[in-house]
Design a protein around this ligand. Sequence first.
Ligand SMILES: *Cc1c(COP(=O)(O)O)cnc(C)c1O
Length: 349
Amino acid sequence: MMASNPFDINALVRKNILQMKPYSSARDEFKGEAEIFLDANENPYPTPYHRYPDPLQGKVKEKLAQLKGVKPSQIFLGNGSDEAIDLLIRAFCEPHRDSILITEPTYGMYAVCAEVNAVRIQSVLLSEETFDIDLNSFPEKFHETTKLIFLCSPNNPTANLLSPEKIIDILSRFQGLVVVDEAYIDFAKSKSFISELDGYPNLVVLQTFSKAWGLAGLRLGMCFASEAIISVLNKIKYPYNVNIQTQELALEALEHVDRKNNWVTEIIEERKNLTEALAALPVVKKIFPSDGNFLLVRVQNAPETYQYLMNNNIIVRDRSKVALCNNCIRITIGTPEENRKLIQALKQL
Ligand SMILES: *Cc1c(COP(=O)(O)O)cnc(C)c1O
């Protein structure tokens, strides 16, 4: 496999980034224990936050590495996975020349980050109704200016997993980076692509503390890849991109994986209940199979249903303007009580 895909990270990174000297912070230059720190122009009077945070989040990564079966040096942590998406595009795509490839419909941030950075977007459609990768719609030979392919699995907003065999096919044929966004992997029946990292030097896996872990407000995203790729992201990130409190609370969460797992079990159970209850409603035309913590539901009239629910103090996402999602709304799985109220409202539509 790898022989057919010679991978050279230095050939892929933008030249200016390859050549630049990164910012070196006080905490990069001295990492050990000491009595007196007069090196970072901090306020010496102690508050819980008077010191800068660990720039490379060593403690969180150590714990996370154990949990995920990787080395700490294979982890990048960012201000949400959105930071990793942005840094990947900035590190590997030359503005006004290179492009990313996305599969529509998908998460909107890939295209937004590309546009902000003047990076072109090639988009191919997922297959109709099943929303899987359609290899026929992919280029047979990728253009040399295509640097990143974003594959979201389970996909937002369609909720399905992409077929692992097709992801592997792309990983082995593409010379650039394949970014598999697994924001919803905790809710899915398939295992993470993290286990494929050793076999594919061009694989990048994104996960987040925003969904299953219940920490969206903290802003902490995870990126798993080869040491070489992670070093590039570390080189260009803001020096102190994850604050002290986020690092502490993430560490605390990682010490209670069972708490996260219990939420996941309950949400999956509620996903089943909500699917059954929705299926019984005349307004519901189709419920797409879900491996996430949300359902994509085709209704008779999505904008009308959205408006009606909003008038009843229930906010869902109208996705009807999105490719292949006509008359679809996206519903996040709530608590049993919230889901009951949703069904009650829809019954009266
Ligand atoms: C919610 C979501 C994320 C999470 O982004 P954060 O910046 O980590 O909150 C990433 N990717 C997809 C597809 C998502 O739906």
